[in-house]
Design a protein around this ligand. Structure first.
Ligand SMILES: [Zn+2]
Length: 432
């Protein structure tokens, strides 16, 4: 047993602090010592790492409500360690892992192996709603919550039996945990892989109708009204789903939703080739859906962005649309895609952009808001919003390459990430 060496103090000079929790937006210096943000002392400790950060944005470390690390069960696609490095390289200090590993995360032991201080990110694990994600009987939600489950979901599949979902919501309410749902009714989705569009016709692909999501969202909202449990709807893709969530929130129901960068950036009409990297579940919406999703993020109806980082080994994703598995990676492009689309193109205020990746997701989990206030834990990210960056998946920390943004030119690249006072990511070329 060795005593860990405490990280050296760090001084970030002349960075623009964007801190939604305190509504702070100012150029200043940040000082980090022994895992905390502290006022800059009159005399710096001799071993302080001083970094000139003029022109950068400093934010609380980003929190991703939705990642898949294929550990256990798919270590060639991602491990806890590689996934944590991908998260750190994306500016994230906290991630919520989905339980659809193999075996599925439905025991305290599978949950607790994710609390590893060697990882480059802190994992806030979600546990299964049903045993083995089989949708038949509830998992031991009490034991899982006691072991540290931050949320419950069967993500990858919906709990489509309303009676079972209502029982899960009642238990979650008693445990003060949020229920997250991959709202897609399997009976309506059928074998579908794509929304109606020219590519679907050209490549003769089975259609995944929007009603599969919309009916699921409506069913979940009804159960939320019935039980009073906190409900979070994952990776939304349809204009009508967003409208249902907006109405539910106006009615005072504890319903939240997330949008993923790929659903905000791409529409079914953008699929021009038989590219398996554009196959995801739910599929890319149509133009009007994309417009409504962006509106919902801008007005806060969707208070969180989340990547749905879904790594798959290259051999599986290169099989073409019909044969490829669902999902795309997203941790290392999330900040830049959403900064470029939402802040630069749509005019989302910087404080709101950061809120969608920090205070918004934290409120959904029911944990304290991430902040850069003095005395707060030293969890932060630094971004370059000036220099264009070309996305090159070959350089990613993730073990997988199924990125739909290859060769896109964006702004908002993460330069530095600090998690619990430790440097977990540094772009050595851009930040010297
Ligand atoms: Zn899902």
């Amino acid at each position: 047993m060795t005593t860990p060496i405490p990280p050296a103090p760090i001084l970030l000079k002349n960075t623009r602090v964007i801190d939604p929790a305190s509504q702070r937006d100012e150029v200043t210096d940040l000082f980090l010592l022994e895992g905390l943000l502290l006022p800059v002392p009159a005399t710096l400790p001799a071993n302080t790492l001083c970094l000139e950060a003029r022109g950068t944005l400093a934010t609380p470390g980003f929190l991703d409500l939705h990642v898949h690390f294929r550990d256990p069960g798919g270590l060639a696609a991602e491990t806890l360690m590689s996934g944590s490095r991908a998260a750190a390289a994306g500016g994230f200090t906290h991630v919520v892992t989905m339980p659809n590993s193999s075996p599925a995360c439905d025991t305290p032991a599978l949950l607790q192996r994710q609390f590893d201080p060697q990882l480059a990110v802190r994992i806030l694990p979600a546990a299964c709603i049903t045993a083995g994600r089989q949708g038949q009987q509830l998992a031991d939600m009490e034991a899982l919550a006691a072991a540290g489950a931050m949320a419950f979901t069967d993500d990858g599949a919906m709990v489509s039996d309303p009676a079972l979902m209502a029982a899960a919501m009642q238990r979650a309410r008693q445990l003060d945990r949020v229920i997250m749902d991959h709202a897609v009714l399997p009976a309506l989705a059928g074998p579908g892989v794509i929304r109606a569009c020219a590519a679907a016709t050209q490549f003769q692909l089975p259609i995944f109708p929007p009603e599969a999501e919309i009916a699921a969202v409506e069913q979940d909202i009804r159960l939320c009204r019935q039980t009073g449990a906190r409900l979070h709807l994952q990776h939304l893709s349809c204009a009508a789903s967003v409208a249902a969530i907006r109405a539910a929130r106006r009615a005072g129901l504890p319903v939240s939703g997330e949008a993923s960068p790929h659903h905000l950036a791409l529409a079914a009409e953008d699929i021009l080739t038989d590219d398996g990297n554009l196959r995801m579940n739910p599929p890319l919406g149509n133009r009007e859906d994309l417009r409504m999703l962006r509106e919902a993020v801008l007005d806060g109806t969707l208070s969180a962005l989340a990547t749905d980082h879904a790594p798959h080994a290259p051999a599986t994703k290169s099989r073409g649309f019909l044969q490829a598995p669902f999902g795309v990676i997203g941790l290392e492009t999330a900040a830049a895609v959403t900064y470029t689309l939402l802040v630069e193109q749509e005019g989302l205020p910087l404080l709101d952009w950061v809120a969608r990746w920090t205070t918004g997701p934290a409120a959904i989990l029911g944990i304290p808001p991430p902040t850069l206030a003095d005395g707060a834990p030293a969890n932060l990210a630094l971004f370059d919003i000036v220099t264009p960056w070309r996305v090159q998946p070959a350089q990613f920390q993730s073990l997988s390459r199924n990125c739909p943004f290859a060769d896109w030119t964006l702004r908002g690249k993460p330069l530095l990430t600090i998690c619990a006072g430790r440097l977990t990511w540094r772009d050595a070329v851009r930040l010297r």
